[in-house]
Design a protein around this ligand. Sequence first.
Ligand code: F0G
Length: 463
Amino acid sequence: MAKKKVIRRSWAEPFKIKVVEPIRMTTREYREKAMKKAGYNTFLLKSEDVYIDLLTDSGTNAMSDYQWAGMMIGDEAYAGSKNFYYLWDNVKKYYGMPYFVPTHQGRAAEHLISKILIKPGDYIPGNMYFTTTKLHQELAGGTFVDVIIDEAHDPANAHPFKGNVDLNKLENLIKKVGAKKIPYVSMAGPVNMAGGQPFSMANLKAVRELTKKHGIKLWFDATRACENAYFIKEREKGYKKKTIAAILKEMCSYFDGLWVSAKKDLMVNIGGFIATRSKKVFEAARNLVVVYEGLHTYGGLAGRDMEAMARGIEEMVLYDNIKARVGQVEYAGRRLTEFGVPFVQPVGGHAIFLDAKAFLPHIPQNEFPAQTLAAEIYIDSGVRSMERGVVSAGRDPKTGDHHYPKLELVRLTLPRRVYTQAHIDVTVESIASVYEERKKIKGLKMVYEPKYLRFFQARFERL
Ligand code: F0G
């Protein structure tokens, strides 16, 4: 018998497991009942009833022993905690922004920034919407305008930088409404709703030039910036030899300011912040934070949380960490391809996004194919995912109709440093089984709809 040639796996996760948390597998019958009780909304399931939780990578990461040790030196003074100053130093060092205001999470930072920068009647162009970002822009009286490249709206298109801004779309908007009505352009990277797709450094530079020409500010949703930096390193010419830290610093150098949900890149369970080079915006944010969050030296966080964030910044730029993180998503993508399951190409940084329109072509968008698919996957195996389609897109505040996004997706998000390859295999095999039985699946109707960010609490019944 011919011997198989060894193909060596050259690397594995750069950590080992020290603490474990038991999880529980239930029966299909149990999960049918649990899903019905939760109104076919995976957000309303009890975590105890979930076997593998891929709802989000937000606040669900495993902290390192270095971060946990930092928790013990939390300085819980009301004002001027030493952890705050250490965190500020690391924000300066790694993001390159001189000014810093902590908040309890990302949307709190979005709230303050939107209030400070947006006037009623303004337009805020962005590379695709994010749910909380857009809502805060609207609550401040602004209108979000999508200026992402068309490729981002096509799940099968394998463009390496689907997070890029379409410069023509942006220029046309500036011509149409005038630069004075655009307080800033907002860029996220990678773009969550597009499937975790990055922007390129070349595109960022071009957006900076265009906005500078018109005197428009440029702000960065840097929530998963290290994943964007990783893709630039892997895919863009001239960056192969640069470190993640150097690429992050260069990205940030083109922005006037940024906000971060620290619950992602920084691998903590809670936290967020604003950082900027504008003294004026800094002073306004430092003033507003005391109204909504807490004193400007803690912003709704405990001292120990800020210490874990500061240490998380040091770990988030480590190449092996981020390679293992994105590598796990890529592994899931390769295995799903074996079964012919349709998902957004190329594989994103933080998640696999199943293409629910292609998965369940017999279910029309007003019967919520992605919501349905997320419920079916849970019922099959106890794997929890999230809808990112018509439910997440919400309603048009002017017409009251649903927004019907081109992308109708189910997101399976990988928390950092939490699950093993066996968990990924169980997940992939469950999705493949649901795919085999897809023709039997029926859609849903919405029976309860909250006013804001409806996807979190909406309830459904089977048709
Ligand atoms: N920006 C992006 C790109 C995000 O993904 C999130 C949160 C936020 C801002 C808001 O931050 O949750 O700390 O208030 N995304 C989570 C997710 C909820 O599951 O993708 P937050």
